[in-house]
Design a protein around this ligand. Structure first.
Ligand code: EPZ
Length: 436
C-alpha cells in the first residue's frame, strides 16, 4: 500500500487563513544526528521533525550499535559507544543521500568507514568525488569496490587544506565534523554557507569543538578529543525550506497567513523575490505574515548557494510563476534533473517551455486543473500539493510516503488548519519513486 493525498483545489480563490507553525529543519537535524558520533557521552536532540528521513538516520545509528531512545515526541537521547560497526547499512544508505554525512564522524572516530554509492537520483547526478578527494587529503585510503567505498585511516585522520571545487553543503558538513577529531588543523575553502552549517558548528563549539568561520567560505577546525554534551541540549533550528514553501502558498492563496516559529533572516532571497512579484510580506522576529495580491508580476529566478535563492524552493516558486501575469524564467544552477517535474505542471494546464536541462520559460497566467500526479521527490512533491490547491477540481498525489513524508511533518494537518481540503488515503501504488 502507498499513501496518497486527495486535494480539492480552490480554483485560485484567495481564501486560506490562519497560522502555520514551522517544524525543525530536516537538513539541520540529519547532520546533528550524525554528529552524535563525535561525542563520548549521551547527546539530547530536541525539536527533531517527525519525518521519515530523521527516523532512518536514527535507524542507521542503531544498526551500527548506537543507543537511541525517545521519551517524548521530537526529543531523542543518543549514546554512541566506543565500539561501533563501521559499515553504513547499505539498504538505508542507498536510498538516503544525506546518510553520507555519517562517513566523516565515523571515519574520524573509528579509523574506517564503508558505505554504498548512493543509488539513481531524480534531481540529477549526485557525485561523491569531493568526499573521496577530501578523505585522501586527510590521509585516508579510499578503496572503490563495485558499488561501495571502503575508507580507512588506522592511525587517525590528519588535518588538511581542502578546497571544494563546488560549494557543497554535505561535503562541508562532513569535513567540518571529521576535522573535529583529526590530528591538527583542517581548513575548508570555498565552503558552503548554508545556515544549517553554522547552526551545527555552534552546537559542536559549545560542546568543546574548535570551529571558526562557519557561515563564511573558509572554515577552520582545530582537531581535538571527543566532545561532551554535558550541560548542553541541541535544539533544531526552524526549517527555512518549509517556511519558504508556506510563504509561496500564502503568496498565491492567503487572505492572511501567519508563518510562525521561523527565522525570516534565513529567507531574505525568497522574500525579496516574492516582494518583486507584488506580494505583501510583513516580517517579525520569528514570524512572517503574507497576503496574496490580486495579481502577481512575473520574475526571473536563478537558484544559487546560500544566501542566494535555494534550489529546494525552486519547484514551489515555479508553481507560483504559473499564476504570474507574463513571462518568467527559472534557471536551476545546482542540479540538472530538478526541472523534470514541470512536465506534470504542463499537464495540469501550465505553459512551461523547457529551454535546456537547467532552464524553463513559464508563461502566465494559466488556469491549472486537478489531476493524478506522481511525486518525484519531496520538494517537487510539495510543489504538486501547492499546484493542486491552486487548481480547479480534484488532484490525487501518489508516493506521499516515499517523498513528501520524508521532509514535512504531518503537513496535511497543518494545511487543513488553514482551510485546505486535503485527505490522506491508502491505495495500491501505480509507480515507485526513487528517493533522494
Ligand atoms: C544539500 O544536498 C541538501 N541536502 C539538499 O537538499 C540541497 O538541495 C542541496 O544541499 C543544495 O542546497 C541535505 O542537506 C541533506 P550539494 P547536498 O553536495 O549537500 C556537487 C532536500 O530536498 N557535488 O551541496 O547533497 C553536486 O553535484 C535536499 O532537502 C560534487 O560535484 O548537495 C551539486 O551540483 C535535496 N561533488 C553541488 O555540488 C560531490 O562530491 C551541490 O550539491 C558532492 C557534490
Amino acid at each position: 500500500m502507498s499513501n496518497t493525498f486527495v486535494i480539492k483545489g480552490t480554483g485560485g480563490e484567495r481564501k486560506l487563513h490562519g497560522t502555520v507553525r514551522i517544524a525543525g529543519a530536516k537538513n539541520a537535524a540529519l547532520k546533528a544526528i550524525a554528529a552524535t558520533v563525535l561525542f563520548r557521552d549521551t547527546v539530547t536532540l530536541t525539536n527533531i521533525p517527525e519525518i521519515n528521513d530523521a527516523l532512518r538516520m536514527f535507524d542507521l545509528l542503531k544498526d551500527m550499535g548506537g543507543d537511541v531512545s525517545s521519551k517524548k515526541t521530537g526529543s531523542y537521547e543518543v549514546f554512541i559507544p566506543n565500539e561501533l560497526a563501521t559499515e553504513i547499512t547499505p539498504s538505508i544508505a542507498k536510498r538516503m543521500r544525506a546518510s553520507v554525512v555519517l562517513t566523516g564522524p565515523v571515519l574520524a572516530r573509528y579509523g574506517e568507514v564503508s558505505f554504498p554509492h548512493p543509488g539513481g537520483c531524480v534531481i540529477g547526478a549526485r557525485p561523491l568525488d569531493l568526499f573521496v578527494s577530501g578523505f585522501e587529503k586527510m590521509g585516508a585510503k579510499v578503496l572503490m569496490k563495485e558499488d561501495s567505498y571502503v575508507v580507512s585511516a588506522k592511525s587517525g585522520l590528519v588535518g588538511a587544506e581542502i578546497f571544494l571545487k563546488n560549494q557543497s553543503v554535505t561535503v562541508t558538513e562532513t569535513f567540518m565534523m571529521a576535522g573535529v577529531l583529526a590530528i591538527g588543523t583542517t581548513v575548508i575553502k570555498n565552503a558552503a554557507m548554508e545556515p544549517e552549517i553554522l547552526h551545527l558548528a555552534q552546537f559542536l563549539n559549545k560542546c568543546g569543538a574548535k570551529i571558526s568561520g562557519a557561515g563564511t567560505p573558509t572554515i577552520t577546525i582545530k582537531g581535538g578529543k571527543l566532545l561532551s554534551a554535558k550541560g548542553h541540549i541541541y535544539k533544531t533550528m526552524p526549517d527555512r525550506i518549509e517556511a519558504g514553501s508556506f510563504l509561496v502558498l500564502g503568496a498565491l492563496l492567503a487572505r492572511e497567513l501567519h508563518i510562525t516559529n521561523c527565522n525570516p533572516l534565513h529567507l531574505e532571497s525568497p522574500i525579496e523575490i516574492l516582494r518583486s512579484a507584488g506580494v505583501a510580506i510583513e516580517i517579525k522576529k520569528t514570524e512572517i505574515i503574507v497576503r496574496a495580491p490580486s495579481h502577481l508580476e512575473p520574475v526571473d529566478i536563478k537558484t544559487h548557494e546560500y544566501p542566494g535563492f535555494p534550489t529546494d524552493l525552486q519547484a514551489p516558486m515555479t508553481v507560483l510563476l504559473t499564476q504570474a501575469e507574463g513571462d518568467s524564467t527559472v534557471f536551476e544552477t545546482i542540479f540538472e534533473g530538478r526541472l523534470n517535474y514541470t512536465e506534470e505542471l504542463s499537464a495540469m494546464g501550465a505553459s512551461i517551455t523547457v529551454m535546456d536541462p537547467h532552464r524553463v520559460l513559464v508563461r502566465g497566467k494559466t488556469e491549472l486543473h486537478g489531476r493524478k500526479l506522481t511525486s518525484p521527490d519531496l520538494r517537487a512533491g510539495l510543489a504538486f500539493v501547492i499546484a493542486a490547491i491552486v487548481a480547479k477540481g480534484e488532484s490525487v498525489i501518489h508516493n506521499v510516503d516515499s517523498t513528501i513524508d520524508r521532509g514535512y511533518e504531518d503537513v496535511e494537518s497543518r494545511l487543513r488548519a488553514i482551510g485546505v481540503d486535503i485527505e490522506r488515503a491508502e491505495i495500491v501504488p501505480e509507480t515507485t519513486a526513487i528517493t533522494i
